[in-house]
Design a protein around this ligand. Structure first.
Ligand SMILES: O=c1[nH]cnc2c1ncn2[C@@H]1O[C@H](CO)[C@@H](O)[C@H]1O
Length: 475
């Protein structure tokens, strides 16, 4: 038996060495991890199936109040967020306070959509000034509640089909964005969004961002340079209070465009990168994978990136979405984005099926940007307990945890994703720390920035562990 146990220990050591690679754990972290696992098992056992299949608002209220794991995750250092779409990070409370009843906010009751208009005369048919409508209403609380519902995906909407959920989702994004992209609102909206992530323990963000959508009073668009200037200024303001915080943009185009449009957009993105080298770090193509063209169909445009880069004299790496799909026979986007040289993979959940790629992705250290709540709400995973993230982590594939479109899912920051995936797939403290490490390691920060960020994070993790052990519920 002694011999057997020795062999077992050796195998365990081998697994651990391969999994954690360069990160180490102090005795206090070992202790915190042990306790974290205990409380995770305990809390997990109290959850009904429905919780794992997409928590309800009622369940959410309960775990936000009672869960020690949730409370702990709120305090956990999160490192970098590598996958969010800026326009999908609306803080709903803030919108209700600041923008919903702004004099330029109009609402179409039939379609439940918002839109900015310069004046009542300019408003499209069926769009009514929302502030005035509220004044007329007899029950203002009820009125607010109905408006809030239009901002994020509701429980009853989540029961809709896989096909329809994306339509609901896109409709809400467009509706909210048509308000936030007004130049008078955008800087305030962005500032709030970044501050929410900072409050949630995030020190660096690489956010998907559109080009050319911020508009003037009359509906005309700002130039790309004006947009970038605006974003840089917001960042400076945020950094005045949080000097360690950094933000970079991954410029996103749309798959529905034709090849010429995509090429023109790539040019615009490269020019923006040339003018704002520190602000822009990558290029992506977005929208629902299964509803629009396969990557292969837009490859004729994307392969021109290299020659365009040489021509414009700047580099802009691909950071592409791929594998966010249930169609494992027809969706082979993962192959294409790897050939195109993507630096990371947006989602990549169907790698669990295209598993022949795992070895390559692991060896080439192509980090997966996993978005657990998004995968659940957009119906790629029926039950979070079956999310392949743990398979990826234990195989040695690099993974980070992200929130994709938190505004549309009804929360701010990224804690909800850490919580839901930890309790769902049994990620312990060490797993979470590994994901945080990856978020820094596979970001576009410089080697020097990464070193400093990690040193700071290491300190914060020790403090967190100490707090966790001291606050651990003994009963
Ligand atoms: O999970 C995702 N996969 C692909 N595209 C997405 C996802 N989330 C958002 N978008 C895309 O980004 C736009 C907002 O910036 C959305 O309109 C949607 O097309």
């Amino acid at each position: 038996m002694e011999d057997y146990l020795k062999k077992r220990e050796e195998l365990e050591r081998e697994i651990i060495a391969a999994k954690y690679n360069k990160i180490t754990f102090s005795p206090i972290e070992e202790e915190a991890n042990k306790l974290y696992r205990q409380v995770l098992i305990k809390e997990r056992a109290t959850k009904e199936d429905s919780f794992f299949q997409g928590y309800t608002l009622k369940q959410r209220e309960q775990f936000e109040k009672e869960s020690f794991i949730f409370k702990s995750i709120l305090k956990l250092p999160k490192g970098a967020v590598l996958h969010i779409h800026i326009d999908s990070c609306m803080d709903i409370d803030w919108f209700m306070e600041e923008l919903a009843y702004h004099e330029n906010t109009y609402f179409n009751q039939e379609t439940s959509t918002f839109k900015y208009f310069q004046s009542a005369e300019k408003a499209q048919i069926r769009f009514k000034n929302l502030g005035l409508e509220k004044e007329k209403s007899s029950n203002k609380t009820q009125f607010d509640a109905e408006i809030r519902k239009c901002l994020f995906i509701q429980e009853e909407e989540r029961l809709d089909s896989k096909e329809n959920i994306w339509n609901i989702f896109e409709k809400k994004i467009t509706s909210v964005a048509s308000i936030t992209y007004f130049k008078g609102h955008f800087p305030r909206f962005l500032k709030r969004c970044l501050e929410n992530f900072i409050k949630d323990g995030v020190i660096h963000i690489e956010a998907r961002a559109d080009l050319g959508l911020i508009f003037n009073e009359d509906g005309s668009f700002l130039s790309i340079n004006e947009e970038m200037e605006m974003i840089s200024n917001v960042l400076k303001e945020v950094q005045a209070d949080n000097p360690y915080f950094t933000l970079q943009l991954i410029i996103q185009g749309l798959k529905m465009w034709d090849l010429n449009q995509i090429e023109q957009f790539m040019r615009d993105a490269l020019t923006a990168k040339k003018n704002y080298p520190d602000l822009i770090c990558g290029f992506d193509m977005v929208q629902e994978e299964d509803a629009f063209k396969n990557i292969l169909e837009i490859v004729p445009a994307l392969i021109k990136m290299k020659e365009m880069q040489a021509e414009i004299g700047v580099e802009l790496p691909f950071v592409l979405h791929g594998g966010e799909s249930l169609h494992t026979l027809t969706n082979t986007n993962l192959l294409d984005i790897l050939i195109l040289g993507t630096k990371r993979i947006g989602h990549g959940i169907n790698l669990a099926q295209h598993s022949y790629l795992l070895e390559k992705i692991k060896n080439e250290e192509i980090c997966l940007e996993i978005c657990p709540v998004s995968n659940q709400i957009l119906k790629y995973i029926d039950d979070i307990r079956l999310h392949p993230i743990k398979t990826f982590i234990n195989y040695g594939v690099k993974v980070s945890i992200n929130s994709d479109d938190p505004g549309l899912f009804g929360y701010n920051g990224v804690s909800m994703d850490f919580f839901f995936v930890s309790i769902g797939t049994q990620l312990d403290y060490k797993d979470l720390k590994l994901c945080v490490y990856n978020s820094i390691q596979y970001s576009f920060l410089s080697v020097q920035q990464k070193r400093i960020a990690w040193q700071e994070l290491e300190k914060k993790f020790q403090i967190w562990c100490k707090w966790f052990i001291e606050s651990f519920p003994c009963s």
